[in-house]
Design a protein around this ligand. Structure first.
Ligand SMILES: *Cc1c(COP(=O)(O)O)cnc(C)c1O
Length: 355
């Protein structure tokens, strides 16, 4: 029986009342270093595919489960196509996986600080998020959580989890381990090969960062065929649009217009990241060591400095009181001219808002 007189708020499931919309400051800014996307653009092959498919591909439904894209991704990762599941961004894959492997009331362990969407997806699916110290395998396993979420390289700290720590968790976990590798291309290391040894590991990836296709929303995961099949059920059909699938396949093609473009720009991002860290040090700012395409820079009053930078035409992502870090700015790496703009704005902000 539904009790009479429910307010419109009470019509939603009870666990939804504490959930708020994801709302980072997305106001347009001349130099936007706030979301870790590819600031060089997209592979030329993907651009051609989008132009060619723009009209012809969109009148019909896309493939049910993106079979063509799965084959391209399987080749890229060196796994069988049956070990790949795609989604509308890796956000969609993570959400589907949490729903597939966790009953309402189950717990999901996640590092703190880490990807802000995980506690939200947990609550959206009726699970209880449980924060544990970053890269602490013992504390992670001690939760006994049904799902363990790991992120390597970790957002927002930027550092990769050691291979031995990942193996330690995967070997001992009693439930499912999700390893979020949104930034694996920049780290040059991956846990995908651990899939040969573990039936309980799911590695999630995205085409939003190194591949430059954030606006098309393409994510994926690799895992044992049995695990992947459950995520696919939970995800549902038609989640990758026809345009997105074609662009993604072109971006994954070998050659200068596809993977060659991606690899060259990953290398450039890594080189600029190190150069930028050096220039930050000259300003007296010690960025955390990073294996991704962004740097986390501890500063006093991150919100105030980010506001100042924004007024100077540079957007970065402020974090307030991050566990183990304190206030910090997350700054994406892009073409050097953008980083110079950022350095100048930072120098100005530090002059006007002294520590
Ligand atoms: C950006 C990001 C994602 C989400 O990527 P989409 O594929 O665009 O949904 C997932 N995990 C981490 C850690 C990220 O930083």
């Amino acid at each position: 029986m539904i009790p009479p007189g429910l307010t419109s708020l009470e019509l939603a499931r009870e666990s939804y009342r504490g959930i708020t919309l994801y709302a980072p400051d997305r106001a347009p800014c001349a130099v936007d270093l706030s979301d870790n996307t590819n600031l060089w653009g997209i592979p030329p092959g993907a651009e051609r595919a989008i132009r060619e498919a723009a009209v012809s591909a969109v009148t019909r439904y896309p493939s049910l489960y993106a079979g063509g894209l799965k084959e391209s991704l399987a080749r890229y990762l060196g796994v069988a196509p049956a070990m790949v599941v795609t989604g509308c961004g890796s956000d969609d894959v993570l959400d589907s996986a949490i729903r597939a492997f966790g009953e309402p009331g189950d717990r999901i362990a996640h590092p703190e600080p880490s990807f802000a969407m995980i506690p939200i997806f947990a609550r959206m699916n009726g699970l209880e998020p449980l924060g544990v110290p970053l890269f602490d395998p013992e504390a992670t396993l001690a939760t006994g959580a049904r799902i363990i979420y790991l992120c390597s390289p970790n957002n927002p700290t930027g550092n990769a989890m050691s291979r031995s720590a990942i193996e330690y968790v995967v070997e001992r976990a009693t439930g499912v381990v999700i390893l979020d590798e949104a930034y694996a291309e920049f780290a040059g290391v991956s846990g995908v090969d651990l899939l040969e040894r573990s039936e309980r590991l799911l590695v999630t990836r995205t085409m939003s960062k190194a591949f430059g296709l954030a606006g098309l929303r393409i994510g994926y995961a690799a895992g044992s065929a049995a695990l992947v099949a459950e995520v696919e059920k939970s995800r549902g059909p038609y989640k990758v649009s026809a345009l997105a699938e074609r662009a993604a396949m072109a971006a994954l093609a070998e050659g200068a217009d596809g993977l060659g473009w991606v690899r060259a720009h990953v290398a450039e991002a890594v080189a600029i990241r190190e150069r930028f860290a050096g220039e930050l040090a000259a300003l007296g700012l010690a960025a955390l060591p990073s294996d991704a395409n962004f740097l986390l820079v501890p500063v006093p009053d991150a919100a105030g400095i980010a506001r100042h930078l924004r007024e100077g035409g540079v957007a970065v992502r402020p974090f307030v009181a991050l566990p183990g870090v304190g206030d910090a700015l997350r700054i994406s790496v892009g073409p050097w001219a953008m980083m110079e703009r950022c350095l100048a704005a930072l120098a100005d902000a530090l002059r006007t808002t002294p520590a």
